[in-house]
Design a protein. Structure first.
Length: 269
């Protein structure tokens, strides 16, 4: 079965979710002195302090479900139109700690105090609705992903949490959160997303569509975030863009996960 992207033609926001398995996570971890890495590999401190099934395509998270409904996964099959793109930047910059606090407060309301931020970055280009991402985790190991615009945060998930002991993919290594494609001006788009990984993963990169080049993701506290500015000459107002693919590496430099080779995405091709 091929799992394809779901495109919201009104906003060109693409969200995709994942089959979930069971693996050990990082519940109860300490994220004191967590560092955030920019897209070019520079480390800067963000905040310090203690940390407190396959799915079908779905339009948006369903209120009242235990973990929110994930939407469709990106397709391993790329259309010719989606191939017409250039990644103009994959570099992110850290969000100042005070802004991170405001983003989580507006995103999570009274629940914000339960979460310790582990990653907070501004994207290389701003769309109408997003200019950054903040990922935080609570003492039970549940993650949240909040998109930011200035000092305000939002999440489409209800409830907003992703549970870190339900990783999936080959060897149950990766859990994907939300991924978005949003217009950022004429012929310009913002791609961003996040996820969670096991502790043996030391590097995560993202490739786009059929382009083999891999761009470093930001990693901290068991979470990863990626963002890229994309340009295209495709005049289609409903341009879907290329699919992002996750690549994960262990301490020896060996690639231990390649989403393009994952049976969840290649089965039936």
């Amino acid at each position: 079965m091929k799992i394809g992207p779901e495109n919201n033609r009104a906003s060109l926001r693409r969200r995709w979710g994942v089959p979930l398995g069971v693996a050990t996570g990082v519940a109860g971890m300490s994220v004191a002195a967590v560092a955030v890495f920019s897209g070019i590999g520079d480390a800067e401190p963000l905040l310090a302090g203690p940390a407190g099934n396959p799915t079908s395509a779905a339009a948006s998270p369903s209120p009242g479900t235990p973990e929110g409904t994930r939407s469709a996964s990106p397709s391993a099959e790329t259309s010719s139109a989606a191939d017409k793109f250039t990644i103009t930047s994959g570099t992110t910059t850290p969000i100042e700690a005070g802004a991170v606090t405001k983003i989580l407060a507006s995103c999570l309301g009274s629940d914000a105090s339960r979460f310790q931020p582990v990653v907070g970055v501004r994207t290389p280009v701003a769309s109408e609705g997003s200019d950054g991402v903040v990922v935080a985790v609570d003492s039970t190991g549940q993650y949240v992903q909040c998109q930011s615009k200035g000092g305000k945060g939002t999440t489409p998930n209800s409830p907003p949490t992703f549970i870190n002991d339900r990783l999936w993919a080959t060897d149950r290594t990766i859990e994907y959160f939300d991924s978005f494609l949003e217009p950022a001006g004429k012929g310009q788009y913002l791609m961003l997303g996040a996820g969670h990984h096991t502790s043996d993963i030391v590097k995560i990169t993202i490739s786009y569509g059929d382009d083999p080049k891999q761009y470093p993701a930001v990693m901290a506290g068991g979470a990863f975030v990626y963002a890229a500015a994309l340009a295209t000459d495709d005049p289609d107002p409903h341009y879907a863009g290329p699919s992002p693919y996750v690549h994960a590496y262990d301490a020896s430099g060996k690639e231990v996960y390649n989403q393009k080779k994952d049976p969840q995405f290649t089965d039936g091709q």
